[in-house]
Design a protein around this ligand. Sequence first.
Ligand code: DC
Length: 223
Amino acid sequence: MTAPVLTLDGPSGSGKGTISIRLAELLGWHYLDSGALYRLIGLLAFRNAISLEDEEAIATLAAGMKVEFTGANVILEGRAVGDEIRTEQIGNMASRVAALPKVRNSLLGWQRRTAQPPGLVADGRDMGTVVFPSAECKIFLTASAQARAERRFNQLRLKGFDVTIRQLFEEISERDRRDAERKTSPLTPAKDALIIDATELSIEQVEQEVLSHLKTSGIAAPG
Ligand code: DC
């Protein structure tokens, strides 16, 4: 059965996670947090002491991973993962395993099967370019590296992590570079994506822009 798909791609800290969760709730659609998949693989590699250079072993790990999403909660092997995958350390490991083509390939089928009725909000880097190239509505959300570092700083401080804006700015810039320069599925807007620069916009303003683009794309959105 086919279901409408809204893809939200963009760099870390652009606010796409927050917007995607809000929109999935508002629309009553499923939510795919594809970044969480790469974070989980980073976590599992770490727990099992698998080298991040060992593409074959990590792809096998990815293919065998039993994961589900209930709303915004990530469940791994029947247990909620919580904030363990939200640290910068795991974020950096995620970015490294995400550069491995076999790992990305092993997640493709699983991700595509999440497009179930009544619809899917897919959050990531390659949702509109590779995973759901024929999605009905595509958004590429970006913001300046400084604005994204500040947003991440506020999010992580709220969760009790000890970080500085300068450290986050450097990590974000390094991760952007790695995500944009990798050969497989680099971070780049789909040709038919609407690009929204959120540097000067509130979450509510971005949400309104996405909703009006959904309507333009022929999908009935509330409000
Ligand atoms: O969105 P996030 O910060 O949770 O993503 C973690 C890492 O995973 C990020 O460095 C890029 C990578 N990623 C990816 O390559 N493709 C996706 N569809 C989602 C995330």
